[in-house]
Design a protein around this ligand. Structure first.
Ligand SMILES: *Cc1c(COP(=O)(O)O)cnc(C)c1O
Length: 394
């Protein structure tokens, strides 16, 4: 079994490029050029230099002593929360802005849920002096106010989306609509391993720096480059794809993907795509998708804006279908508790997205001498209001 993309842009049964005709030229151009651009020596040099000096990589691999003691296993945290702008998203936006420059694009559009991808995109647009428009659902604008302010401060235009559940899926629809209307001068920076081929593969490659560093850092600390388990939360799946990338074809590494169960898988208010999804097409890609019996997309729900999406990237559908990754879904309640626990055991306030990954320790036992790496995808500053209200800390 192969877990990398094939010639046609599929991971097993999933992927491809299901797009309106108006977008053929854009997607064709990207598909033809992305590998030669990103594998070019001068591109790699500029990308790596920005990751080091601007993003702050390598991020630490931190041994979480108190958490390890509590759950009686060896837990390491990959500190993506320490990236510039506070999450892993910027690894991808740095790569894509360099790509957009090579393609001579003058305008950038993006969608955002939690606002982390919007902030990461607005940041690299400021860095390169390129105009930036970010689409964001009206509900997300309200629950992620600090990130909306950051985008505005960085000079981006934030467009509020009023359709559907007013969340990430709807923002993505609007961004695609914009791209159809501005196909020549605009590059669409997609924020996860979703969308038509070549986006899932391209974004996974930009994020793969995470697993490359984990290998090097573990070798130094534990004298072995492979952990026993890697845990990551999955919205679209980019932080997980980055954390898994160099281990995908090594079966000794158990991959654990954590989805948002919302108020419970059977509650009707959930975003647990692997548990509830069927094969379908969303945002240009064939993948698992939450849908009604007649194929209409179901409105997802999660307390976490970054996981509130009715699909997953095609790589993750393939990992699920083939059994290569273990999928676990975590409720709002359990995620919030895990976020509070990490804050008070390790002095690290995680994003609510990331908190879902930490809730796994209450659900599942690990061997005492196992090495478990949790990808700490982002920090919780943007979520403080939600945490405070949830726990009535004021
Ligand atoms: C956006 C986001 C996620 C979810 O997106 P993926 O593409 O699944 O990684 C998870 N954690 C944080 C902190 C985020 O900002």
């Amino acid at each position: 079994m192969n877990y990398n993309i094939d010639q046609k842009g599929y991971y097993g049964d999933f992927g491809g490029a299901y797009i309106p005709e108006m977008l053929y030229p854009n997607i064709f151009e990207l598909k033809q050029k992305y590998l030669s651009i990103i594998n070019d020596i001068s591109f790699k040099k500029e990308f790596n230099q920005l990751l080091e000096e601007y993003v702050g990589r390598p991020t630490p691999l931190y041994f979480a002593k108190r958490l390890s003691k509590k759950y009686n296993t060896k837990i390491y945290l990959k500190r993506e929360d320490l990236c510039h702008t506070g999450a892993h998203k910027i690894n991808n936006t740095v790569g894509q802005i360099l790509l957009a420059k090579h393609l001579k694009k003058k305008r950038i559009i993006a969608e955002t849920g939690a606002g982390q991808h919007g902030v990461a995109t607005a940041t690299v647009c400021a860095l390169m002096g390129i105009k930036c428009v970010v689409y964001m659902g009206d509900l997300d604008i309200k629950r992620q106010a600090p990130n909306v302010a950051r985008m505005k401060m960085l000079g981006a235009e934030v467009k509020s989306v009023q359709s559907g559940s007013k969340t990430l899926k709807d923002a993505t629809n609007e961004a695609i609509r914009d791209w159809i209307n501005n196909p020549l001068n605009t590059h669409y920076i997609i924020g996860s391993v979703v969308g038509p081929h070549p986006y899932p593969d391209m974004v996974a490659r930009f994020q793969s720096v995470i697993s490359k560093e984990i290998e090097e850092q573990l070798l130094e600390k534990e004298n072995r480059s492979k952990p026993d388990h890697i845990i990551a939360c999955v919205g679209g799946g980019s932080n997980a794809a980055g954390a898994y990338y160099h281990f995908l074809n090594n079966k000794t590494v158990n991959l654990i993907a954590v989805e948002a169960a919302g108020k419970g898988i059977d509650s009707g208010e959930s975003a647990a795509t692997s548990a509830l999804g069927k094969d379908g097409i969303i945002h240009g890609s064939k993948t698992l998708l939450m849908q009604t019996p007649d194929g209409q997309i179901t409105e997802p729900y999660s307390i976490s804006a970054g996981l509130d999406y009715p699909g997953v990237g095609p790589l993750h559908s393939h990992l699920f279908r083939t059994g290569r990754a273990e999928f676990i879904s975590i409720t709002d309640e359990n995620a919030m508790q895990a976020g509070l626990e990490l804050s008070q055991l390790e002095g690290i306030i995680p994003a609510i997205e990331t908190s879902h990954a930490f809730a796994v320790f209450k659900n599942r036992k690990f061997e005492t001498n196992n090495i478990v790496v949790v990808n700490l995808s982002g920090r919780g500053d943007k979520d403080l209001d939600t945490f405070i209200n949830f726990f009535k800390l004021q």
